[in-house]
Design a binder for this molecule. Sequence first.
Ligand SMILES: C[S@@+](CC[C@H](N)C(=O)[O-])C[C@H]1O[C@@H](n2cnc3c(N)ncnc32)[C@H](O)[C@@H]1O
Length: 370
Amino acid sequence: MSLLGNSDDIYSSVKDYYGKVLASSKDLKTSACTAAAAPHPIIRKAIASVPDAVNDKFYGCGNPIPLGIQGKDVLDLGSGSGRDCYVAAALVGPEGSVTGVDMTDEQLQTARESIGEFEKTLGYAPKLRFVTGYIEELQKAGIEPLTIDVCISNCVINLSPNKKLVLAGVHQALRAGGELYFSDVYADAQLPDSVRKHDVLLGECIGGALYVKDFEQMAQEIGFAPPRVLSIAPIAVNDKELQALVGDTKFYSITYRLFKADEHEKAKQGDFTATYLGTIEGHEDRYELDIDNVFVKGVSKPVSRGTAAILSSSWLSGFFAVAETSNSNSGSAALPSSAETLMNQLRRLEQLNSSASGGCCSSGAKKGCC
Ligand SMILES: C[S@@+](CC[C@H](N)C(=O)[O-])C[C@H]1O[C@@H](n2cnc3c(N)ncnc32)[C@H](O)[C@@H]1O
């Protein structure tokens, strides 16, 4: 039996929108939804090398591609026309691989058609493929367990009617120490059915937005380490009619990092320091693991046990030196990023929200903000 249950209407509406309604990014009335910061110069350069046909149909709303992934196996959930996959393919080089999964034929066709052209630009044949499938059914789409180092996704998971299934499938696909690094839309409260089921709000990536606390709980139930927030940008809902529907609920575009760091649970008692070695191209002087953990090259700094576990056991481990400084069992290094911490981070951003201009829902007349 299909895992997709009774969500056919959502799937066909989303497929129709991205396959037939939109011809290019220019059709998005809310293309200003890129509330995220400008991409790193290395990513910008890679984007410039991507064929126009692919770039023209980019519908993402963030920059969820980490640097330092040379030789890694990358999976993109809801790869669309493939822009992030092409960028990732340039970053992983000839030894790494990139697989995009999408359910919309038209998007997949665009993604597949330009691989030959991109090969000439790169000067080698990238291990880049696009497979047809649902992100809720990764194994059915041919993604085997324990084969992926880094999973990325750009404004797609909000469109899924079964987000827990998506996260569980990613957890299964990731190797130990792998990571889901993704941008999406979140709410600071649970959404009522009137918002969830509103056609325009759903299409605008608001109706499907996850309540941050539910997301954090879901991620940890599945077995991920506590979510790390890399960036948060407020989304303004300016349309009066839509404002009335969402009330006081605030929406954010958040780039999260979810590590499959088994050691996180078994982390030794004691205190730890971590030193960034400065060996990630593009982050030679400093590395931002998340908004609370920024490392300066060569400078040892105390870290929580959870952070020590991530930096010593994930795909990032080669870029850091982690040391245990004592066996005090003092508990001084508590795990970070509890749901409360996240909510506090969001509250801090409420000030920004009031001054935000534009955003995903600066107008409410059209679907498909991201
Ligand atoms: C907003 S677009 C983003 C595309 C791409 N990530 C980008 O940044 O350009 C959403 C994409 O996700 C795909 N999608 C949405 N829900 C999906 C699902 N449940 N399974 C597979 N693909 C899905 C759509 O077909 C569409 O191509």
